[in-house]
Design a protein around this ligand. Sequence first.
Ligand code: FAD
Length: 641
Amino acid sequence: MQFHLDGYRPGDPSVKEAHPAAQDLEAGLPETADVLIVGCGPAGLVLAAQLAAFPGIRTLVVDRKDGPLQVGQADGVACRTVEMFEAFGLAEQLKQEAYQVNEVTFWRPDPTDRSSIVRTGRIQDVEEGISEMPHLIVNQARMLDFLREHMAGSAARIAPHYGLRVSAVEITGGAGAAEGPDGPGEYPVAVTLEHPGGTSVVRAKYVVGCDGARSAVRTAIGRRLEGDALNQTWGVLDVLVDTDFPDIRLKSVVQSEAGALLIIPREGGYLVRLYIELDAERYGDLLRERAVTPEVLAAAANRILRPYRVEVKDVGWWAVYEVGQRLCAKFDDVPDGETADRLPRVFIAGDACHTHSAKAGQGMNVSMADAFNLGWKLAGVLTGTAAPELLHTYSAERQQVAQDLIDFDRDFASKMAAGSGTPAAASEDGEEQFADYFRAQGRYTAGLSVRYEPSMITGGGEHQDLAKGFPIGMRFHSAPVVRLADARPVQLGHAARADGAWRLYLFADRVGPQAADGPFRRLCDHLASAASPLARFTPVGAEPDAVLDVRAILQQPHRTLESTALPAVLRPRKGRFALVDHEKAFCPDPQHTDIFDLRGIDRDRGCMVLVRPDQYVAHVLPLDATAQLNDFLDGVLREAD
Ligand code: FAD
């Protein structure tokens, strides 16, 4: 974490100095906003937290509820989400508080007494080396607390406005919507907000509906959730229990003759979540009569867990969670076929555009990932550093991810439910297959299998061989390195902050900066020149790394190099006092496998790895491919005025 750049400031460095344009938290509703976010769930607050990095963007966040969520809803936090939280500086806090899922156990009917269950398997939850971050469990409400604290401590000082229900969204700009943020129709979206005092209208440049499965924003733009309205019903109990079940502190998948149960240990050491499948055969009448209660669910848990018992001492939250796999055809207001002539003004994210069963634990994670995909794009367009066409990539990328998730989820949920008394699934083979399946799908549930197709922000794979371990279109897989200037072991991926900047990682060839006329020095010289993307795309007055942050990874041991001898582009001067930023260069960590080997970097040739602000690899290029780098960035970024 870097701070004190503009002068020594005592106190908590995570609370930034308020920007002159920071929001006045006491003021009422503004008449206009650059971005109006509807909904303070995981999607809405990740988007708000991302936009909080841009105090010049006026972000308004509203929710119909009277205040923040306190208990309930999702609790699974995938590795990828923890990686994203790291970019907000929130991962340490999260890891400290959450339950960490390390192993999963499987239980099935005892072949000698099918009315009892026995443990049949125990596997590692997260495959070794797929992420530096763990799989965590913590209540959704706490995730949202962390995000709100981040927003409150940002230079923009953003806080949600509760008690405002969106009842109408109207795009009044018509053709003006295509004229970009500076043209006529600057605030083309009118949003009607209902509150106890009456009705208000706020006009916005962009509106993002993060308003959940019954989204009013989705309805307003004529999009529909399509698919199975109701797929499965599960009882969810967050409880304190007294039990003799041996795996109560392990994630456990139980498939007995009496039904299916998923045990999710929760944060704090005592709380546990029980998911109980409420199949139509056993529970149809109770569901129809709305007669499912915590007592009904506890009794079901006891039947499923026989010969073990659970005595519920306290119910923190419970719900009957009915959900289908449903998806919108597009996640913005531009109809198919009109993308060439129209720019999106209204977006939908999270449950507003896709829903799926709770079993794969993806709801909160994918919703947050939608917002993280959209946030930097909106920020780039609104600050004028990116081409407005970038906004089309949000729906194109995330709709495909949601479709893949629904396909996965359907399969996963049916396998979870399959144990309910069906001989095939309850057989040894069935159980083994499920454990294998569970293992194989680990990358998916960790949120690490997303791969974006080539587009204006994802390059082709012609130079992928130079960095086999950084697949283009997939998230930048962090690795351990040592920071050259202070010899601190760090994760390279943690250089990425949620600040909207692209990152250009220069993996040096064998000689690297030591060759005065080698490819590495020549590239650095280009990046320091007036023709470089840094000079062309960084707005006047912005820090040199505000749009494109250049980092180098050298092959030599850190003790053999002098950081003062690095090229100027790796020692940029920043802030009021034009101080050198010493944290741009890294070397292999001798305590770990060398990053060049770990990520399959061509040691002879080195390479550039260009990473998007949302941490996805945009391109892999040779060190001498400066023209290709410029061409690629020309397609996305706008030259500074
Ligand atoms: P949400 O979290 O739904 O947030 C939407 C927000 O928009 C809400 O705060 C809402 O008040 C607000 N809003 C809605 N309409 C308007 C409007 N017109 N004007 C203003 N504000 C509005 N997932 C699991 O993995 N496991 C679970 O056990 C589980 N249980 C759930 C139980 C419930 C009751 C619900 C609703 C969801 C549950 N989920 C669960 C799903 C998970 O919580 C969601 O996938 C996740 O919250 C989606 O995030 P989101 O930000 O897209 O939407």
